[in-house]
Design a binder for this molecule. Sequence first.
Ligand SMILES: [Ca+2]
Ligand SMILES: [Ca+2]
Length: 305
Amino acid sequence: MADKKPVFKKLLRQSGKVYAWIRQYPLITLNSILLLAVIGLSVWYYSSTEGTLPQIAEVSHQAGSVNLKLEPASVIVAVNTETTINMTIDTTTAKVTAAAVELTYDPAKLQVTSATAGDFLTIVLVQSTIANGKINFTLAAPPDSGGKQGSGTLATIKVKPLTTGPSTLTFTDNTQVAVIGSNNNELKSAADATISTLGASPSPSPSPSPSPSPLPSPSPSPSASASPSPAASPSPSPSPSPTIIPGDITDNGDTPGDEVNHHDYNKLLQDFGKTGDPGWIRSDIDRNGRVYISDYNIFVRNYGQ
Ligand SMILES: [Ca+2]
Ligand SMILES: [Ca+2]
């Protein structure tokens, strides 16, 4: 208790010194205060904008170029009344070869009656399935198209609210788009839809609360470089001659200069969706252990060679 007083005096003396210093150097003091304020504001701005940026389901990486959108983004219908939601695609500068789509919804609130391919990507690699609150389908451009650029309708989805109140159709991280010239998921954005019901529900909270995951789980890409090492030693590779052109999956119907053709296409479609050890079948062109849109992408790139 007794030593409190000297401490207080010391503090008083020091604050006096600070005050004197401020009086002596008012400009430096002012500048320091301003600098601190600017830093504080910058930190606040950065953190606040970072928090509000994801207006859409961030299912992809920002460097992508393809945008998917459910339209209308918001619709109001009566309970048990069917309404149509279109999934549009805008490829901007990219040539899309295939798109794998997964949407999620609450089956207790919403019934999805159908999901059909639109006219933008006309090849169905995986038929649409509607089960357990998820819609899945994989569509592609024709093998000889070189990919498709532009905008249009990717799919049409019919839904029916089962109860009052809002529900959402939300893109998941499994939504991926392959484009010519890239081995990555090139989906840039995917905008969800909210289905609200007439009557009871007053405020159809508009935000679909996008799934926050910022990165796409780039499953199709990381294969090419990573895998080749482990298969170094075991020599008894059955392939009689080395297959050079990626996309040349079967030797059926091969002619010089046309080794990636419709025979390879048929084989790829047959194998589509299979999984195994990296490169265990020739349809796993990028050797990532899965016959997927990344393989189809490479196939289209080399079709006709
Ligand atoms: Ca072939
Ligand atoms: Ca693959």
